[in-house]
Design a protein around this ligand. Structure first.
Ligand SMILES: [Zn+2]
Length: 304
């Protein structure tokens, strides 16, 4: 089966609930997504590619319900699309398409003004898309939280930062409302901040827990399950590739703890799953998440 961007799906974590809300998708050649990766590796993993041989990433946000709290983890790409250009050749290499997030939120019975907290894993452009809607905040009642190191990085490097930078308008919108979180903080009951730097300097993952159940929301510390199985795979947009690899080793240890699920918002097909130690070789298993009968991501090749 060719890869597809994930549709909406939901899991319960004790008293918490996490729902993946698609915004769109990213597709690009695997070699540009993972420079130096080998063609045989991708031939052995065709389930990560679409029928044109492009590496597929889901794109969206995770809605967390914790008691009366309504929280969004990241804000997608927003209502626009853009080609992905290979910097070496200038050729169009793929595309990134957003636009579906708000209608998936609405289908869950949640209005934008119901969101009380937005937590950013980091500030790459594909995570800040719905910061503002026509100059107004998309989530007017929400505190917007990010690690201070992340804020400092993008407000000092701007467009010169590694990977897709947030726009000046987005940074200005965020400046009016940003507050900082740090490793170990619990900004929402059942939602802990786990610093996972490397992809960006202030990158954070989030641990959702209730009772003995827990889900590590990876953010962009891991972009596809194969990164958890092939230690040398390095994603193109890592600011500090060496630190990203060391962080990934810590995450793998975290995911191998009993009772731990992972959520990879960029994972194709289904974002929730489990890393198992196996018999000398780790394996990734998709979880029994509830696939929701909501409108899915836009069909391949069509704008959202
Ligand atoms: Zn991303």
């Amino acid at each position: 089966m060719p890869a597809r961007a994930a549709g909406p799906c939901r899991i319960a974590i004790g008293d918490l609930e996490a729902t993946f809300l698609p915004d769109g998708y990213i597709c690009a050649t695997p070699e540009s997504s993972y420079p130096g990766s080998s063609e045989p590796l991708w031939r052995a993993n065709p389930h990560l590619l679409d029928e044109d041989g492009r590496f597929v990433m889901s794109l969206g946000a995770i809605l967390v319900r914790s008691g009366e709290r309504r929280v969004l983890l990241d804000l997608g790409w927003g209502p626009t699309e853009s080609p992905i250009v290979d910097p070496a050749t200038g050729a169009t290499d793929g595309r990134i398409v957003g636009g579906a997030l708000l209608r998936h939120l609405e289908a869950c019975g949640v209005r934008p003004e119901d969101i009380d907290t937005v937590l950013f894993s980091h500030l790459h452009r594909d995570h800040t898309g719905w910061l503002d809607c026509s100059g107004e905040p998309c989530f007017p009642n929400a505190g917007h939280l990010v690690a201070e190191a992340e804020w400092t990085y993008w407000t000092t490097t701007g467009d010169l930062g590694v990977g897709p930078a947030p726009t000046r308008d987005q940074l200005a919108a965020l400046a009016a409302r940003v507050a900082f979180v740090a490793d170990g903080d619990t900004p929402v009951p059942g939602v802990d901040v786990l610093a996972t730097p490397g992809h960006t300097p202030g990158h954070c993952s989030f641990v959702l827990s209730s009772g003995t159940e827990r889900v590590v929301v990876l953010g962009d510390a891991v972009h596809c399950p194969l990164e958890l199985l092939e230690g040398e795979l390095a994603f193109v947009a890592d600011v500090d590739p060496d630190l990203a690899q060391r962080t990934k080793q810590q995450i793998e240890a975290e995911l191998l703890r009993p009772g731990t699920l992972a959520a990879g918002p960029h994972f194709a097909d289904l974002v929730f799953g489990r890393l198992l130690p196996g018999d000398g070789r780790r394996s990734w298993h998709f979880s029994e998440a509830q696939r929701l009968g909501l409108p899915g991501p836009p069909p391949r090749g069509e704008p959202a």
